[in-house]
Write a protein that binds this ligand. Structure first.
Ligand code: NAD
Length: 471
């Protein structure tokens, strides 16, 4: 058998492109296969995260924040504007340009590292072979490699009862490509995606109703932070209905009729658009031929060991395909590097306990480590320090005083066990907390570290000082 490549990576999302580039840097002859096309049919490496997820969403959120500020917040700055209007086509064009630039950077990096990047549909045939069908062709060819890395990501879950029609009932991808601002919008699911989309369209003027089946809000988040988030988002105008399970949605007279149940019974809503954001599933449907015998679980996740190895020797799975950690871009990127290095004989295990989580709403939510409710359930002796953004000069200067920082430490050792932030720039502030925890810092270490003043990071410092002054 002639081996064409050392490594073939299937998928060029954050997990796949990071892995392919690291493989090439380590001297491995690498190919990366990806089937994403832009609206002109051109390849667009970057996966969901870039094309229809975080980046696209953040680009639109920025436009929405500016529009909202022009309409609501500028008077306080002494800036007066005439009537402000939206050109949604231009807004989408800016977002698409950002996606295009970043996607080309990935393609350039592939070229710089001599990675064979092929726009095609790939299917695993066995531990060393894949069939590829280039986009717009029907004939497949076979590629071979000593190692194959599966990184095909995930897709929105279809919700029985609310079938996507791509016009009135849409998924999260389409929700980032609307050509008009819906007057009345409902979103199924107040998870990360539902909240991020709600923040965009609500700021652009949609009356936005979130229907969430669970009674609790953001149940994986520290409860004090999720309560604060609920208060802030509802004050901003989101209509957040908890314990509201959608049972059906139908198009009628250019509107959508949504039926949901809560503890008071069944209710009906009429909206202009309905976004289904009820979770994602791994893209494994056509990933492997039956005879490849790739082991999946009952929900379609690829079965892997702690080293991202599948049941097939030489075949790895990373990113959203596995249950090793949450579906977040940086988890996939870390796994991409980890597997590339493993193939090259280097072992740098991932500390899954210190993966930061971020909800890119406004204000943002970010956390690392354990929650207060989790630690209390385990009976751990803990101490808590909090600091409000309202007590920092910088937050006042930028009129972003909502939110807080919370640090949880072990009561006996003072070692930091969890850091939870809600507030503007929480996604940036959490990096310091992750670093501190990577080095097993105590809250005193953080309190004794000099922070520039006035900065938002002073709120993190303030929470550490609050713990120190406890003693
Ligand atoms: P999710 O699971 O976080 O939230 C979906 C929500 O929909 C759940 O709370 C669920 O209770 C609710 N739901 C399901 N069926 C319902 C029904 N019939 N009626 C009402 N509510 C219903 O899923 P998501 O928000 O789609 O995100 C998918 C994955 O992608 C998650 O793992 C998420 O962490 C990840 N993601 C992360 C980021 C980030 O890190 N910033 C961004 C986007 C997505």
């Amino acid at each position: 058998m002639q081996i064409s490549f050392d490594v073939i990576v299937i998928g060029a999302g954050p997990a796949g492109y990071s892995s392919a580039i690291r493989c090439a840097q380590l001297g491995l002859k690498t190919a990366c296969i990806d089937n994403w096309s832009d609206d002109k049919g051109r390849s667009s490496p970057g996966g969901t995260y870039l094309n229809a997820g975080c980046v696209a969403s953040l680009a639109l959120l920025e436009s929405a924040k500016i529009y909202h500020a022009l309409n609501h917040n500028l008077k306080a700055h002494g800036i007066l504007t005439e009537a402000v209007s939206i050109d949604i086509a231009l807004m989408m064009q800016r977002k698409n340009n950002i996606v295009g630039v970043l996607s080309r950077q990935i393609a350039d990096s592939f070229a710089k590292h001599n990675i064979d990047f092929i726009q095609a549909e790939a299917k695993l045939l066995n531990g060393q072979q894949i069939a590829i069908t280039p986009t717009n062709q029907s004939t497949a060819s076979i590629l071979e490699a000593k190692h194959i890395i599966l990184a095909t990501g995930s897709s929105p879950i279809d919700l029985h009862g609310a079938p996507i029609d791509n016009e009135f009932i849409i998924d999260s991808t389409m929700a980032l490509n609307l050509d008009a601002v819906p007057k009345r919008l409902a979103i199924i699911g107040a998870g990360v995606i539902g909240l991020e989309l709600a923040g965009i369209w609500n700021r652009l003027g949609s009356e936005t109703i979130l229907l969430e089946a669970q009674e609790s809000f953001l149940s994986l988040t520290d409860q004090q932070i999720s309560l604060e988030a609920y208060r802030i988002y509802t004050e901003q105008g989101l209509d957040l209905r908890l314990g509201a399970r959608v049972i059906s949605a139908k198009k009628a007279n250019k509107k959508v009729t949504v039926e949901y149940q809560d503890s008071d019974g069944t209710h009906t809503l009429h909206v202009d658009k309905l976004i289904v954001a009820s979770g994602r599933r791994p893209n494994t449907e056509n990933l492997a031929a039956d005879e490849a015998d790739l082991l999946l679980d009952e929900n379609g996740y690829v079965h892997v060991d702690e080293n991202c190895r599948t049941n097939l020797p030489g075949v790895y799975a990373i990113g959203d395909l596995t249950l090793l950690g949450p579906m977040i871009a940086h988890k996939g990127m870390e796994e991409g590097l980890f597997v590339a290095e493993q193939i090259a004989g280097i072992r740098n295990p991932i500390n899954y306990d210190l993966l930061p989580s971020v909800v890119f709403t406004d204000p943002e939510i970010a956390w690392v480590g354990q929650t207060e409710q989790g630690l209390r359930a385990m009976g751990e002796p803990i101490k808590i320090g909090t600091f409000s953004l309202n007590a920092t000069a910088r937050a006042h200067a930028i009129s972003q005083t909502e939110g807080m920082v919370k640090i949880i430490t072990h009561a006996d050792t003072d070692v930091i066990l969890g850091v939870h932030i809600i507030g503007t720039q929480a996604s940036e502030m959490i990096a310091e907390a992750v670093l501190a925890m990577e080095f097993s810092a105590s809250s005193e270490d953080l309190a004794r570290t000099i922070h520039a003043h006035p900065t938002l990071a002073k709120a993190l410092h303030g929470a550490a000082v609050a713990l120190k002054n406890h003693k």
